[in-house]
Design a protein around this ligand. Structure first.
Ligand code: FE2
Length: 288
């Protein structure tokens, strides 16, 4: 296999061509993909023929799988495949008014997956089964490129700060009772470093998004100004890679250093189904 690379955006992101994961990857081929995720933060591989078992096996090579916090929060059951979109596990189309579809609109806020867990997500791996003809794009920005653009005065202010990430806080913006007591109990707020360093290439980024609630040692109002400013700097229109899904697309992204959000779509009119798995960082960013 000769891997070819095609950039997705000036700041980050790469498409890898000439890869067939279902045919099996040897160690050298797999290492090239893994290295591409570390270096480019978002990797697109199109025209893949996967099922859950193949997707999970691929994820397992990238690291320890993270279980789905929604299923665990609801009934303390371990499940590794998140279903994204408006199709339930029986294949039924859920309308826009369905509580699970309403709940999922929280993903339209810029975020990093599982930043609210003690050991947050390292990589997310999403595979498209059913896509919408319009809307539903997945958009990314690089918090590594955003950190590189910061003036030195801001870098020196934020370098040692610790941020509290809180799922109940972020989902309360969708609705005050969006998170059940059982789910909330399983996800207490956690501290994360504001500035993280990639252990492979040494590149730094800041770690914010919708779950970032407060800054340790700062007033809530000052923290809000800082966190909103950092997010705003990262998500300027020219910084965004907007992915228009096609079926059989596989997207891998590095949650340590990119932020993403889903664009709205007409859930009454269209079906949308992605299966997503995640690989955990294995420890808190505080221990990296
Ligand atoms: Fe997400």
């Amino acid at each position: 296999m000769t891997i070819e690379l095609r950039p997705l955006h000036d700041d980050f992101g790469i498409e890898i061509l000439n890869v067939d994961i279902s045919a099996g990857l040897d160690d050298a081929e797999f290492a090239e993909i893994e290295r591409a995720v570390e270096d480019y933060s978002v990797v697109l591989i199109k025209h893949q023929n996967l099922d859950d078992d193949l997707q999970l096996a691929f994820g397992n090579r990238l690291g320890e799988l993270e279980f789905d916090h929604v299923t665990y929060g609801r009934d303390r059951r371990i499940n590794y495949v998140y279903r994204i979109g408006n199709i339930d596990w029986d294949g039924n189309h859920m309308p826009a008014s369905h509580e699970r579809v309403v709940f999922s609109t929280g993903n339209q806020m810029w975020h990093s997956d599982s930043s609210f867990r003690p050991a947050p997500a390292k990589f997310s791996i999403s595979y498209a089964y059913e896509v919408t003809p319009q809307g539903g794009e997945l958009e990314f920005v690089s918090a590594r490129a955003a950190y590189a653009r910061l003036p030195e005065s801001i870098r020196s202010t934020i370098d040692d700060l610790v941020v509290t990430h809180d799922y109940v806080f972020s989902r309360s913006k969708v609705s005050p009772d969006a998170v059940t007591p059982s789910h909330a109990e399983s996800l207490p707020p956690v501290p994360q470093r504001l500035v993280r360093t990639n252990p492979v290439n040494g590149k730094k980024n800041y770690y914010v998004g919708s779950h970032a609630r407060s800054v340790e040692g700062w007033s809530d109002s000052d923290a809000r100004v800082l966190l909103d400013d950092l997010l705003d700097r990262a998500i300027q229109p020219e910084c965004i890679y907007s992915h228009r899904w096609e079926t059989q697309d596989l997207l891998i992204w590095d949650n340590r250093c990119v932020l993403h959000h889903g664009r709205p779509f007409d859930a009454d009119r269209y079906r949308r189904r992605m299966h997503q798995i995640r690989v955990t960082c294995g420890c808190s960013s505080m221990d990296e």
